[in-house]
Design a protein around this ligand. Structure first.
Ligand code: AMP
Length: 577
């Protein structure tokens, strides 16, 4: 099928032509004509990289009334990066259309500027849920004329704790609007949105539901915890042309892995929630321009990243939330290319492989951590290959060659080849001279999928209540802010968190019992210049643990603070709730 068969205007066809798109992708083929023809709600189950932005963006642009100056469409996306990408893509398609103004709104940027942009008139608004709600509350964004709401990466938005914000936004829009929802997976929470806000939607599934991209090869290797970093390095060295991402659970691991890679001479950097927006932009720019070979990131920080040509995704740790596996691995194999996702798995976590396989609907392949010899061999052939493929432009090097020939005239051809190869790969030869075998073996019991382990995740597990010494006065405006911070910093998924109480100077977060220690491990870390105090809240668990005993455990500064607090914000939550 060609784009001209989809019933598009000449302006859009010309813009598509300029972009160099030859044919519609499967989701575009199925969605564009349908969205142009009917006013029905729509569910698109598709990963990023399938062309889904154009699948909703093109019909949206074709049905927008130009010069209306009030928002007719609101597109919600989980991250600033994705929101900007959507805007960028829409602007490309709208290049030859007049009177369609697209405004992007997202947190972490000057809100007044965004208010002014909205004031000058916008037909389409692309926003992250938190900032969108903020603008609605300030009456800077009026959604009463909206006829289309697009929820992009709905599962991600829910994962990131935007449920309440999404509800608030959807409730602000007229009853008879169209809702177009895109999601890579269809968990219960996404179904709830579909049920509550959509009527008889038509559904387009690209690839298998909840499956991952067919172009991704999923591999895993068993490695002991102490060898994770070395195993990662071996895989990186084994793939000389690798351009990849490494996912870690926590910011601390992310920083540590990136630092070690940098110290070891790799072009690597870290992306995590501790960075300012400017720092994040800087890192992303370097990565996009391929000045970095490896980007080490947390799940939250990496959401929405759309960089083409990523060849490998490494799971330094498997994600706690198995659904995140799909999002991580989906960073590779974009736009029809192939990619490899490699997970380093502790033998103790062997049972998780089956969970991932169920999620992606595909078998993962057990691979060995490459040995030193294999790496050296690969590097040598890679070098030889590049020598082979190098075109000699004599006009450029002729002037230098006489001196080079003179310098090397005492050596035979064989000697020169040996020296060249040696010079090129000596770093690997030395590094891997006495390389150990890093492959670990899981025991039989590790391999069995433990129903106890499997079922304990998520849903019904007992929650532990955790105290955190930051609250509204520390700049956290909504519960979602605490949720995102805890998820990003500890690496656990939003669904493992229950009730959140956000107070002025502190917060309480209910966390699935098994992840409690991970959150408590944030104790002592820095939060916007403040040292975090994160502890199990004892009040709820047992009535004989009164405030006195808790205060005794705290450092003296905190104790003073606790005592001087009035009852309203007393750390002993029993006295408060
Ligand atoms: P998306 O799934 O929207 O994130 O799109 C993935 C990438 O595919 C983006 O970089 C688009 O620019 C590109 N793309 C979208 N549609 C097409 C098409 N029909 N042909 C070629 N590339 C496309």
């Amino acid at each position: 099928m060609t784009f001209s068969e989809l019933g598009l205007s000449n302006e859009v066809l010309q813009a598509i032509h300029d972009l160099g798109y030859e044919n519609p992708t499967p989701i575009q083929e199925k969605s564009i004509p349908a969205l142009l023809e009917t006013d029905r709600d729509y569910v698109g189950l598709a990963q990023t990289g399938t062309g889904k932005t154009a699948a909703f963006g093109i019909p949206l642009l074709e049905t927008i009334e130009p010069f209306a100056k009030t928002p007719q469409a609101i597109i919600l996306s989980p991250t600033r990066e994705l929101a900007l990408q959507i805007t960028n893509e829409l602007k490309n398609f709208a290049k030859y259309k007049e009177g369609i103004n697209i405004v992007t709104v997202y947190g972490g940027a000057d809100i007044r500027k965004q208010i002014n942009q909205l004031k000058s008139g916008a037909e389409i608004v692309v926003g992250t849920p938190g900032r969108t709600v903020d603008l609605i509350k300030r009456r800077a964004l009026n959604l009463s004329e909206v006829n289309t709401v697009v929820l992009d990466e709905a599962d991600e938005m829910l994962n990131m704790g935007f449920k309440d914000d999404m509800d608030t936004i959807l409730e602000q829009t007229p009853e008879d609007k169209r809702v177009w929802l895109f999601s890579a997976t269809m968990p219960k929470e996404v179904e709830r949105i579909a049920k509550n806000y959509m009527t008889d939607p038509f559904k387009v599934v690209v690839g298998k539901q909840n499956s991952s991209n067919e172009n991704i090869e999923h591999q895993y290797a068993f490695v002991k915890a102490k060898d994770f970093y070395f195993a990662l390095k071996r895989f990186i060295d084994y793939y000389p042309d690798m351009f990849g991402m490494v996912f870690c659970k926590t910011r601390r691991d992310t920083k540590e892995v990136a630092d070690r890679l940098m110290q070891d001479g790799y072009d690597a950097d870290a992306l995590h929630g501790d960075l300012s927006q400017a720092q994040r932009d800087h890192v992303m720019k370097k990565f996009r321009n391929k000045h970095l070979q490896i980007l080490v990131a947390t799940d939250v920080a990496a959401r929405g990243i759309d960089v083409d040509d990523i060849t490998h995704v490494f799971n330094y740790h498997l994600p706690e939330d198995i659904e995140s596996y799909t999002h991580r691995s989906g960073r590779t194999a974009r736009a029809g290319k192939k990619g490899i996702a490699i997970s380093l798995v502790h033998p103790r976590d062997a049972y998780k492989i089956k969970q991932v396989e169920r999620q992606i609907n595909k078998k993962m392949k057990l691979v060995k951590v490459p040995t030193g010899e294999v790496i050296v061999e690969k590097q040598i052939y890679h070098f030889i290959d590049s020598v082979h493929n190098t075109e000699v432009d004599e006009t450029l090097i002729d002037d230098y060659l006489p001196k080079v020939f003179k310098e090397l005239e005492e050596f035979s051809k064989d000697e020169i080849i040996k020296k060249m190869v040696m010079a090129e790969v000596s770093k690997y030869l030395k590094a891997y001279e006495h390389a150990r075998d890093l492959n670990a073996k899981p025991g039989k019991r590790d391999m069995e999928e433990s129903s106890v382990k499997g079922d304990r995740r998520g849903r019904d597990a007992n929650k532990k209540r955790i105290f955190i010494n930051v609250g509204r006065n520390d700049g956290i405006r909504e519960k979602g802010g605490i949720l995102r911070f805890v998820c990003d910093a500890s690496g656990i998924a939003g669904k493992n968190i229950g009730r959140i109480d956000l107070l002025d100077n502190m917060s309480f977060v209910d966390v699935d019992a098994e992840y409690g220690d991970r959150v408590v491990a944030l104790n002592g870390e820095d939060f916007e210049g403040k040292t975090l105090r994160v502890e199990y809240s004892k009040g709820k668990d047992s009535s004989d643990r009164g405030g006195r005993r808790q205060t005794r455990n705290h450092r003296s500064g905190n104790r003073r603070r606790t005592r001087s607090n009035n009852s309203k914000e007393n750390y002993n939550e029993r006295s408060f709730f």
